[in-house]
Every structure is written in C-alpha cells, then in structure tokens.
Design a protein around this ligand. Structure first.
Ligand SMILES: *[C@@H]1O[C@H](CO)[C@@H](O)[C@H](O)[C@H]1NC(C)=O
Ligand SMILES: *[C@@H]1O[C@H](CO)[C@@H](O)[C@H](O)[C@H]1NC(C)=O
Ligand SMILES: *[C@@H]1O[C@H](CO)[C@@H](O)[C@H](O)[C@H]1NC(C)=O
Ligand SMILES: *[C@@H]1O[C@H](CO)[C@@H](O)[C@H](O)[C@H]1NC(C)=O
Ligand SMILES: *[C@@H]1O[C@H](CO)[C@@H](O)[C@H](O)[C@H]1NC(C)=O
Ligand SMILES: *[C@@H]1O[C@H](CO)[C@@H](O)[C@H](O)[C@H]1NC(C)=O
Ligand SMILES: *[C@@H]1O[C@H](CO)[C@@H](O)[C@H](O)[C@H]1NC(C)=O
Ligand SMILES: *[C@@H]1O[C@H](CO)[C@@H](O)[C@H](O)[C@H]1NC(C)=O
Length: 877
C-alpha cells in the first residue's frame, strides 16, 4: 500500500482511451474494455478508502445543515460520474477533489473546434447561392410526392441536406494541476459541493496537518479560483501548472510566465483552430510566489509552473477567453465570428479585485452574488436532510416510486445550480451545460433544438433565474443572420429566417446531412419552439423595452418565414394550410401536417397577436396576415383510429411506438395548444370520410392520455436517457396524475443519474457521457407538479394558476416561495397534508392587467383581474 495516494490519476489512456463519443459503443452492453476500466476505477476508489486511516462517517463539518449540497468520502475518479461541477457561465470546471494533487478540468464557454477557424470557406452547412433554383425544384418535387403518395409520405429529403463540413465541437480547455509537496497517509478525507454558496471543498489530514481546498467560479469577476490552506503553520510547497497532456486531441499550448506570479496559456482548439488564452494569477498570504519556466525539448512548446513556498494560504484565480466573437456572425463580418486576440480582454479581467482583494473578500463577493442570483426563490418538499449518508450512497439506495424527498430536493436545487452556473455567460447552456472534456464531445456538446436546449430552460422563468438573455442574444446574433440566408437559398423565402435541429456557435443553419437520413435534421421548427421562450419571457416580465428591442424582432422574423412556408393541403383538400415536407423530430415518416409543427406554429402566431400592441410595430398588414393564416392553418389536433392524438395528419401512428420524443404532445407540455384547447379556435377538423368534427376538450385530453400511455416510460428503442423521462413526468403532472408523475420522476432518477447526480446518457456505460438536459429539466418537471400556469391563446383568456396539481404523497407538506408566473405574478404557497394552508401573491408594478383564476382541485378559489402592484392573500382552499 503506497504511503501517499495521489488521486485522481488519469487512467492509462491505452486501457481506457475513450472519454469521447463513440457511437458504436452506445447501444452495446458494457464491453470488456468498459468492464476493465470500471474495475480499475472502482478498485482505485476502494484502495483509497482502505488507505485512508478513516473515512468520514457523516457529512463533513461545514456542509450546509439544511443538506443543500453533495458530499463524498472519496475523490472522484470518473469525470462524468464522480467529478463535481463549478462554473460562472463564462468558465466552467470539473473538480475531482484530489488531496495532495488536484487536477481540475477546465472549460471556456466559447472554445470550439471547427467553424471558420478551421475552414475559411465554412458557410454554416448551407447550400451555395447557385443551388437556390435546384432547391426550390427539389422542394416542389418532395411536396408533390407527398401529396400524391397513397400513404402521404416519402422516403427521404436528402437533397435538402448539406454535409456539415467544419461543424466542430465544444472543446475542453485542458487541466489545472495543483500539487502540494506533502507525504504521508491521508485521513479524515471529505469533499463536497455547497449549493448555498456554490463552492466545492475538500478537507483532509496528512502529515499532522489539516488541509482544505476550495474551488469556485465567480460571476462578478468572471474568474474561477482554487485555494489551498492549512489549519495551522506553514503550507507545504505548492505548485500550479496547466496541462493539456491529459486531454485527448487538444494541441499542446504554449505555457509561459506572464510575470512572476502569472501563468499564461495560449493554444488553439485544433490545427488550425480557434485561439484561446487562460491567465492564472497565483497569490498567497505570506511566503514567496515564483513563476518558473521549465526546460523543454527544442521545438516543443514552452512550459512553466508557479511555485509557492512558506505561505499560510495560496490560491490561483484564472480567467479565460477566445477569439470567438458573437458580434461578427453576420454578413457584414462575412460570418467570420472572429474577434480580436483574446489577450487584452483576459488581461483586463485580471486587473480588478481578482488581483487585489483578499481571498475572503473575493469569496464573499461570490457568495453575495449567488444569494442574489438564486436566492429569491426556494422550494421545500418537506424533506428531512439525511446528513449521515453520502450523496453516492443516497442515489445508490434510491428506489422507483418510493423515492426520497431529500434527494429529490437536492436534485431540484442542483438543476438550478447547474443552470445558474452554466447559463449566465455570453452563450447559452449547451447539451452539457458548459462542462465538457476533450477535443470532440458527444453530439458536439452543441445546441440541439428539438427538445434538449428547450428543456435546459424549463425552470428558469418560474424559479426566477435571470439566465434567458444570453439565449436570446444567441438567437439574434448566431442564428438569425445566417438563418435568413438559409430561408432564401433552401426555401426560396425572402423574409424572416429559419434554423434546423443542430446548431453550433458558427451559425449552422442548414440541414445537417450525416449518417442515415436528413429526416433527423429536417426540422425547420427549431426556432419556432425557441420563440415560445422569447414570448414567455415577455409574458412573465412585461419588459416592454426588451420586447421592442430584441423579443419582438426575433419573433417577427421567425413568424414571417413560416407565413411563407405554410402551403395549402393538396392531399386532404380541406382548405387548411400545412407544413410539408415535415417529420416529427428524429422520427419518420416524412409527410405533411405534422402535429408537432402545426401546434407550434399556431402558438407562435398567437404570440404575434398577443405581443403586437406592446411591440410598437405599425405593420398591421403583417398582423392581419398572421391572423388570417393562423385561422386557416391546420391546428395539428386530430383523433386517430385507436383513440390516439395523431402524430401526423395521415393516421399512421403505431400503437407500439415508444419513441423517446413526445413531439405531437408538445401542446400538452411545455406548450398549451392541447392543455388549453378551445374548440371554437382549434376545432372544426375535416375527417377522412369528408365530414367535419369539432372535438370536445375531454376528447382531446383523452386522446392525449392514450398517446402518452402508448409512448411508454422512456425506455423504447434507441432510448433510455433521462430527458425523455423528465418530459414524461412533466406531461403526467400536466394531466394532474401525481402517481404517474412521481413514477416517471423516480424512474428517471433511479435509472439515469450518476454519483455526482449528473444525468447519464447510457447509465450502464462504465465511462458514460453526460446530458445536462435531464438535470435542468428535472426542476421544470417538479415545478409542474406544484404550480401550473400554462399559456393561453388570447390576452382575454383567463390565466389559470393551479396549485398543487399533481402533488405526490411523498411531498405532503412543503412550501414554494418567490415562484413566478406569467403576468408578472410572484407566488408564495405553503401546504400540509397535501392541501394548501396559506398563500399569497404579488403582481409586478409594470404588469399588464389580465384575468386570473386560482384553482385548487376542481375548485376556483379566486377569480380577479390583476392590476400593477396588486397583493392578495389566498384563503379558503
Ligand atoms: C422563388 O420565389 C420567387 C418569389 O416568390 C418565385 O417567383 C419563384 O417562382 C420561386 N422559384 C421557384 C423555383 O419556385
Ligand atoms: C518536496 O519536498 C522534498 C522534501 O522537502 C524535497 O526534497 C523535494 O525537492 C520537494 N519537491 C518539490 C517538487 O518541491
Ligand atoms: C507542463 O508541466 C506540467 C507540470 O509538470 C505537466 O503536468 C504538463 O504535462 C506539462 N506539459 C504540458 C504540455 O501540459
Ligand atoms: C506558441 O509559440 C510558438 C513559438 O513562439 C509560436 O509560433 C506559436 O504561434 C505560439 N502558439 C500560440 C497559440 O500562441
Ligand atoms: C410494432 O409492431 C409492428 C407490427 O407488429 C412491428 O413490425 C414493429 O416492429 C413494432 N414496432 C416497435 C417500435 O416495437
Ligand atoms: C365520418 O366518420 C365520423 C367518425 O367516424 C362519423 O361520425 C360520421 O358519421 C362519418 N360521416 C360520414 C358522412 O360517413
Ligand atoms: C418501463 O416500461 C417497460 C416496457 O413496458 C417495462 O418493462 C418496465 O417495467 C417499465 N419500467 C418502469 C420503471 O416503469
Ligand atoms: C394515472 O394514470 C394511470 C395510467 O394511465 C391510471 O391508471 C391512473 O388511474 C391515473 N390516475 C389518475 C388520478 O388519473
């Protein structure tokens, strides 16, 4: 048994070389290599546990007494399963919690391979201008084929697709290695993530001294800090170094001394690739700080380290940036996305308090920001903190249906923590938030926009997290400019803009051809769905200045495109307008009048009407065209042969289709086309035999329930991921079915989350890949069981706020504070024995008056029209 254990060590790459996406491994049972890796990793943990003199038996002292955090008695060994995430939106880091040596994995939010940095001819995966006529012809042929086909579908739309070229991937930014020169057995080891203060900590005893490591990323300073201290006396010599050697594929950067205490890392994300720079400034209390340049082989990139001796505490604060510029993603900049060399900007970030304030001041500034950013809202599920069980043991013991309100509460807070830590930068949270390893990440860790990125933001408005603006700015600057080109060249449409499912940060707006078929990527409704988030933000905040400047122009652009894209239905000849060719996201057939698209576009057109007055836009012709086409369009609600809500206008749903997406149920959740179905506005469907029907609300809801049941529990073919279970949970909550809601929620938690509570794509993979959507979707699903206020089609339709619509018995008592709904309403509610006991609401001073009903069970407990500043106490439930 070695006297000194240095954890974690990177695994021998030869044995476990695959911390990257390899699709061939996705569906297989754990392979021999997986098995070996897993064996090695667990053995290492066991060795560690055996080697330390004592392992913490309860939560470490300093862990929040409320239980609001994650804690462990051994360091992390697998990035996706056991490292702990920190971040400020601009930077992110994964901390294994090493003792003598900590190897922190780094991210910079805009560091991507590919794009114009790799290929100057990169054009966002689009057709050439010269192909416009050919595309218009192809589109016409596809449409004719669909309308003429006996089954109403065609095999492919391959001609619309384009090779993605230098699509690129979000890229890791190497590692920070902080090594203490101390020997001896490690004892009293513990590590944890404190979610009251958003800080990761490690404590242990070694060589007679008690050590602490802390890592946090501060939003106000845009810097991350790693701090090492000893309880008494002088800290052993401590070195800080950066390394790319551990990262698959990242070119070795130049690591030099900027000055006597500052490391400068300059590298590129590929060869050629985007330039990035990290500056790490080391400070200490007492002692000496020196930057030392290592001798390297001639021709090798330079390397350096900063060493601290004789201090009582020492810390490094790092800042980072790239030459990516969101402001250069339009035609005026030739879609270069290229800004200045990042050096000046990152140096400027070091010029403030990062370099002058004491460590405790820096930390206090961070804590205050966390409180301000996340603290206005809180949820209590009646949980009892279990401080005697580490987080890995909690998730290990978790059971479907039985659940554990404490762990569910932690995971709710963790979802908000992860969103707050990844979405407050200049770019929105991607498929992995901002945490990603290596030069190529699963699905590029990009912005898949047919549920995943939407789900990321499910809880943001209601739980009062100020994270939406970077998402909207990304649409405006990254999507819209090239999206207008795609509208023109691919669709021969000269107004508005369009995007498809897969989006990078280089304006990839084309239909991405890869693998099997364009049906995956043929999703011109991605921006439609996203525009509902834009609308929601206005609906929640009534921020008229923002709406005029950014929200409305975005919505108008997307709506304009779809006005021109809707076409008369030449199959049913029922006088409606439909989309064609269309398919449900990631699911054939390629057909006409897909329910998903029709429901979404209908909701978008409603948003145009509802938001027109506040927009200041005088283009009434546009408004009239939206109204006319909205009324004429197929509403995407049709009941089929086995009582299901049809996924496509032609009744061809298979009752055994357990596809992971619930695309045609979009109007149930997160949309409202089903939930707030109104026969007068959405009824009047022509049936196949030529007669007309207007469904009742009950009929539509019953059909929806039938479809949801048949869609299964989220373990269908090509599917066992967490996000589909969270979507199902939210849908069951929308149907006010608390037992099915809780079943899906607990099933998802049971099946798809690792020891660090990250959502895992294939939980049976020894080294799984993470998908942040289920983490961030979980709070949205939980909220939907506690408080619902879905959107409505018109401004005069009452907003129905339902209290405790699907409360599981496990959460019989609790409270929600500072919850937001549409209409600028803030709600507080307490409940016990499954029933509200007290509640109040307050309306923002800038809110527009609107009719509201408060509902509990089947009873309307209050009915009123809001006015600015209104306060109300809720009584008599
Ligand atoms: C492209 O759009 C223009 C303007 O609407 C139209 O005149 C033209 O016929 C369209 N081209 C094709 C090939 O459909
Ligand atoms: C670590 O400490 C030992 C004992 O003081 C010393 O011999 C050695 O040079 C130190 N190593 C480093 C890398 O500082
Ligand atoms: C630079 O030095 C550090 C500390 O010795 C080492 O971990 C790293 O691998 C070195 N080189 C590079 C290219 O990262
Ligand atoms: C690294 O240093 C070499 C030699 O000075 C230089 O040619 C190269 O451009 C530098 N790389 C970066 C990314 O700055
Ligand atoms: C559904 O049933 C049909 C007919 O029995 C079968 O061909 C098909 O493979 C099944 N599909 C799924 C997704 O199980
Ligand atoms: C068409 O089908 C509907 C529903 O099955 C039925 O109610 C209606 O009577 C039928 N109409 C005609 C003209 O056959
Ligand atoms: C999920 O559905 C599958 C297929 O119907 C079933 O075998 C399994 O028991 C279900 N699991 C849970 C936890 O509901
Ligand atoms: C919830 O859904 C399940 C499955 O469809 C059903 O058996 C149960 O009766 C529903 N419960 C309620 C309260 O509607």
């Amino acid at each position: 048994m070695p006297a000194t254990l240095q954890f974690p060590e990177e695994l021998p790459k030869a044995l476990c070389p695959y911390n990257y996406f390899d699709s061939s491994r996705l569906w297989s049972a754990p392979s021999v290599a997986d098995f070996l890796c897993s064996l090695i990793m667990w053995t290492k943990t066991a060795l560690f546990n055996a080697a330390v003199a004592s392992v913490a038996v309860g939560a470490p002292s300093g862990f929040p007494s409320s239980g609001n955090g994650l804690w462990y008695s051994a360091p992390g060994v697998i990035w996706s399963r056991t490292y702990l995430p920190v971040g400020n939106g601009f930077l992110a880091a994964m901390t294994p919690g090493g003792a003598t040596q900590e190897i922190t994995q780094l991210n910079i939010e805009s560091l991507w391979s590919g794009g114009p940095f790799q290929d100057p001819t990169y054009n966002g995966g689009n057709k050439q201008p010269s192909e416009q006529a050919a595309m218009a012809t192809a589109m016409q042929q596809y449409r004719d084929g669909i309308f003429a086909s006996p089954t109403g579908d065609i095999d492919n739309v391959e001609k619309l697709a384009t090779d993605p070229g230098a699509y690129g991937s979000y890229v890791g930014a190497g590692y920070l290695v902080a090594t203490l020169n101390v020997t001896g057995a490690v004892s009293n080891y513990a590590r944890w993530l404190d979610m009251d203060q958003n800080i990761a900590r490690v404590t242990w005893t070694q060589s007679g001294s008690a050590f602490t490591r802390e890592t946090f990323c501060s939003h106000p300073t845009q810097a991350c800090s790693h701090h090492v201290s000893v309880s008494a006396g002088t800290l052993a010599p401590l070195s800080f170094a950066f390394s790319s050697a551990l990262e698959d594929g990242l070119p070795t950067p130049n690591i030099t001394c900027l000055d006597s205490s500052t490391l400068r890392v300059r590298g590129t994300a590929g060869t050629p690739g985007m330039l990035y720079e990290i500056l790490g400034r080391v400070r200490s209390t007492g002692g000496k700080v020196a930057c030392i340049t290592f001798p390297v082989h001639s021709g090798a990139p330079p390397n350096a380290t900063v060493v601290v001796t004789d201090s009582t505490e020492a810390w490094i604060s790092w800042v980072g940036g790239t030459e990516f510029s969101q402001d250069a993603g339009d035609a005026a900049h030739d879609f270069s996305f290229k800004g200045p060399d990042p050096h000046a900007a990152v140096l400027a970030l070091l010029s403030g308090s990062v370099s002058t304030a004491s460590y405790s001041t820096l930390r206090a500034e961070h804590f205050a920001d966390v409180k301000q950013a996340l603290g206005a809202f809180s949820l209590d599920l009646g949980q009892k903190a279990d401080l005697g069980t580490s987080t890995d043991a909690l998730i290990e013991a978790y059971q479907i249906d039985t659940g554990n309100p404490y762990l569910e509460w932690v995971m709710f807070n963790y979802g908000r923590y992860l969103l707050g830590s990844s979405a407050r930068g200049a770019l929105p949270a991607n498929l992995q938030g901002k945490w990603a390893l290596d030069i190529a990440n699963p699905w590029g860790a990009d912005y898949h926009s047919n549920i995943n990125i939407q789900m990321n933001y499910w809880s943001a408005e209601m739980s009062n997290l100020d994270v939406m603006k970077p998402l909207f700015t990304y649409f405006e600057k990254n999507w819209a400019p090239r999206g207008a080109y795609t509208a023109q060249v691919l669709y021969n449409i000269s107004r508005g803009w369009v995007t498809h499912n897969e989006m990078n940060i280089f304006g990839h707006t084309g239909v991405k051809a890869f693998g099997n078929s364009a049906e995956w990527a043929n999703y011109p409704e991605s921006a439609v769905w996203m525009m509902l988030h834009v609308w929601d933000h206005f609906d929640y905040t009534n921020d008229v200045a923002w709406w005029k400047a950014q929200g409305w122009p975005l919505i108008k652009g997307v709506a304009s495109f779809h006005l021109d894209k809707l076409i008369p239905d030449r199959r049913f000849n029922d006088g409606t307008l439909v989309v064609s060719p269309c398919n449900s996201p990631e699911q054939a057939p390629i057909t006409l009048g897909c329910a998903h698209a029709q429901q979404l576009i209908w909701q978008l057109f409603n948003a145009v009407e509802k938001g027109f007055a506040a927009s200041g836009d005088e283009d009434t012709a546009f408004l009239e065209e939206v109204r006319t086409k909205r009324d004429a369009m197929d509403k995407g609600l049709r009941i089929g042969s086995w009582g299901q809500l049809q996924e496509w206008k032609v009744d061809q749903d298979a009752s055994n289709d357990t596809h992971r997406h619930l695309s045609h149920l979009i109007g149930l959740y997160p949309g409202y086309a089903i939930t707030n179905y109104e026969p007068a506005a959405q009824g009047g469907v022509m049936l196949v035999n030529g007669s007309r029907a207007t469904y009742t609300k009950t009929q539509v809801m019953d059909a929806t329930t039938t479809s949801l049941i048949h869609r299964g529990n989220g373990t269908g073919p090509d599917a066992d991921s967490g996000w589909e279970k969270m979507w199902r949970a939210a849908c069951w909550a929308q149907l006010k079915n608390s037992s099915e809601f809780y079943h899906e929620l607990t099933f998802g938690i049971f099946e798809n989350f690792g020891a660090n509570l990250f959502s895992l794509y294939d939980p049976f993979d020894a080294v799984p890949i993470i998908q942040i959507d289920a983490n961030l979707g979980l709070p949205g699903a939980v909220l939907n069981a506690i408080l619902q206020a879905p959107d409505v089609p018109t401004v005069s339709t009452p907003l129905v706020i339902t209290l405790l619509p699907a409360l599981p018995t496990q959460w019989a008592s609790g409270s929600i504070k500072g919850a937001r709904t549409r209409g600028g309403i803030t709600i507080n509610l307490q409940w016990a024995a499954g029933k509200p006991t007290s509640g109040s609401l307050h309306v923002d001073a800038n809110a527009a008056p609107r009719p509201v009903q408060i509902v509990f069970g089947s009873k309307v407990i209050a009915s009123f029209t809001t006015s600015p500043g209104l306060s109300k106490t809720l009584t008599s439930f």
